[in-house]
Design a binder for this molecule. Structure first.
Ligand code: F6P
Length: 319
């Protein structure tokens, strides 16, 4: 292993820059050459690649987004595109690759390693939807962004005596909704993993209003969908005016939290160490605050499960 590449792929996540920095500096410390591949697998196919040095990753640990930019490459999914990517890796003399991204990006990493190319996946996605790791890079920042927004919404919700629905990201996973709901003291949390009863939600809103409560925050994970329909139904049943806020891509940007920077720094460095040990087709993650690694195949077999204990706790604390 003499030269490695690093790329970020799929939806960007705060902390990706800290991971790029960690990969680059660990590799240089270990006497490896490093190249940065722009725009994920698409840039790889197009040979959009540049040499990295210590200063290339200076002053980025605190920045959201990704200096390498990102993409969801359709071309890489085709046989022709994939072969092109393999050719480019050869032409540039790259011996190993670190892929920072989510499950879609890991599928690409798996295919590369199955085709003999040493590839390690580092989990970077705000969704926290990978079962094998407790946390993914970007999740903590996204949760904090939502918690801050809930604070603002509480103010206006109280002023007007309204209910506010907040739709948060997470694709099919309810983790952002659950964690932000707990930290933000939301009255109700609606996530795709657990059925919800409209009656129960409305009962809680009415009993809150009856005891003089002025604000109500209902977090809905995007996997549930139809936030405006839910709002209309709540308003119809409770007579409480209900507004909707879609958090959208606000959750994907911003200064990464210390937690995300630390996670990214630890995971990026571990990825490089694995390449140096001759590993290929692995992913890194964190379990009970220990950095772990496992085969990509094994990682895909671990289903993501919602923490029902936390869900029950949010119900108790929001009575
Ligand atoms: O996977 C990250 C994520 O932000 C999801 O939460 C969301 O469903 C999706 O990406 C949005 O993708 P895009 O930025 O391509 O619209």
């Amino acid at each position: 292993m003499k030269k490695i590449g690093v790329l970020t792929s799929g939806g960007d996540a705060p902390g990706m820059n800290a991971a790029i920095r960690s990969v680059t500096r660990t590799a240089i410390f270990r006497n490896l050459k490093v190249v940065g591949i722009k725009r994920g697998y698409q840039g790889l196919i197009e040979g959009d690649i540049e040499n990295m040095n210590l200063s290339s990753v200076g002053d980025i640990i605190h920045r959201g987004g990704t200096i390498l930019r990102s993409a969801r490459s359709k071309e890489f999914m085709t046989e022709k595109g994939f072969q092109k990517a393999l050719d480019v890796l050869k032409i540039f003399g790259i011996d190993g690759l670190i892929v920072i991204g989510g499950d879609g990006s890991f599928k690409g990493a798996k295919k590369l390693s199955e085709n003999g190319f040493a590839t390690i996946g580092v989990p970077g996605t705000i969704d926290n939807d990978l079962g094998y790791t407790d946390y993914t890079i970007g999740f903590d920042t996204a949760v904090n962004t939502v918690v801050n927004a809930i604070g603002n919404l509480r103010d206006t919700s109280s002023s007007h005596g309204r209910a506010n629905i907040v739709e948060v990201m997470g694709r099919h996973c309810g983790d952002i909704a659950l964690f932000a709901g707990l930290a933000g003291g939301a009255e109700n949390i609606i996530i795709p993993e657990i059925d919800f009863e409209m009656d129960e939600i409305c009962k809680k809103l009415i009993s809150g209003r009856n005891r003089g409560k002025l604000h109500s925050i209902i977090i809905v994970a995007e996997g549930v969908g139809k936030p405006y329909d839910i709002a209309a139904e709540i308003q119809k049943r409770t007579d409480i005016e209900t507004r909707v806020t879609i958090m959208g891509h606000l959750q994907r940007g911003g200064t990464p939290t210390a937690q995300d920077r630390i996670l990214a720094s630890r995971l990026g460095a571990k990825g490089v160490e694995l390449l140096l040990e001759g590993e290929r087709g692995k992913v890194v993650g964190i379990k009970e605050n220990r950095i772990v690694d496992l085969d990509i195949d094994e990682a895909f077999k671990v289903d993501k499960e919602i923490d029902r204990g936390i869900y029950e706790l949010t119900k108790i604390l929001s009575i």
